[in-house]
Ligand binder design. Structure first.
Ligand SMILES: C[S@@+](CC[C@H](N)C(=O)[O-])C[C@H]1O[C@@H](n2cnc3c(N)ncnc32)[C@H](O)[C@@H]1O
Length: 285
């Protein structure tokens, strides 16, 4: 299926990436589990109207549709046509008529104000380019008293990224490959700045031990084959000699972390639950 959205090069690269993954995406249980956790923390209930941001193959949207029932409604949006195709196919098999999948950029949505009881976003928030602007936009779509639930990996997650970030900082380069929001404190500030009350931030650890080679492969993904915009700064700020040296330092630091041929790969995961106040300042102004 053609992607009919006008996307910038960064978002087009994301859509292409997930188009390539769409056929096999559901083979892993990981994403589904995160979606079910987010639904549990968000206390989604019968009759609600839910917006699923970056719905992918519809893990969260479909589970939400089963919870809200026929009296509720779920909309899942995504920029990737291939992922949505899978989501629509699954909803059809299950006979779910109250879930709809829309090809749309989550940062350019345009629903009437106060449309949804909950806006949920699993495994997608790190991709959002301007998080503060996006949150303000989503705030408008949420009913007063409605909940926003967002899942994101913490700043400490993924040992390859953590070490890479530290090495590049020594060269004066700020590297944020996964563009994640990181700490509990930054989550609080981000949400509060968009007008939400932070209800709860739940932290889970999903880490495990990985091989040195897997950790080292982060260099390939971020430095050698980055998505557009992710490494423009990086590559323009460092000479090829500096890059070689940075790579050697990166690998040496990972090797130092190795124990019994394995490395601990932290995967601290945050579930942030916010609420749009009943009487919102943004609404009355
Ligand atoms: C890791 S998948 C998560 C899918 C689903 N939420 C899940 O947990 O299984 C990330 C999804 O976000 C989508 N995405 C990334 N940026 C987006 C944007 N700006 N608007 C809508 N979808 C976006 C991608 O196309 C992809 O399908």
């Amino acid at each position: 299926m053609m992607n009919q959205l006008e996307l910038n090069d960064y978002k087009q690269a994301i859509a292409d990436l997930y188009n390539r993954r769409s056929q096999t995406y559901d083979e892993s249980e990981w994403h589904l589990q995160i979606c079910l956790n987010l639904l549990k923390y968000s206390q989604t209930s019968v009759g609600q109207r839910i917006l699923d941001i970056g719905t992918g193959t519809g893990h969260l949207a479909i589970a939400a549709a089963q919870i809200v029932g026929d009296e509720g409604r779920v909309i899942g949006v995504d920029i990737c046509a291939g992922m949505l195709e899978q989501a629509r196919r699954k909803a059809k098999v299950l006979g779910l008529n109250h879930v709809e999948f829309q090809l749309a950029d989550a940062e350019a949505l345009n629903y009437p104000t106060n449309s949804f009881d909950q806006i949920l976003c699993a495994n997608t928030f790190p991709w959002i380019e301007d998080k503060e602007v996006a949150l303000r936009r989503w705030y408008q779509f949420l009913k007063p008293g409605g909940f926003i639930g967002i899942h994101t990996p913490a700043q400490t997650a993924y040992v390859g990224y953590v070490v890479l970030r530290k090495v590049f900082e020594r060269y004066g380069v700020i590297l944020e490959p996964s563009n994640r929001i990181g700490s509990v404190e930054t989550c609080h500030n981000l949400f509060a700045n968009a007008g939400f009350e932070v209800v709860e931030i739940t932290t889970e650890q999903h880490g495990g031990y990985i091989s040195l080679d897997k950790a080292k492969a982060t260099w390939e993904g971020i430095v050698v084959h980055p998505l557009p915009r992710q490494s423009e700064n990086l590559l323009s700020q460092l000479s090829s000699q500096q890059l070689l040296q940075a790579k050697a330092e990166f690998e040496a630091e990972l090797e130092a972390l190795q124990s019994k041929l394995l490395i601990w790969d932290d995967l601290t995961t945050l579930y942030i639950l916010g609420r749009k106040p009943e009487r919102s300042i943004l609404q009355s102004s």
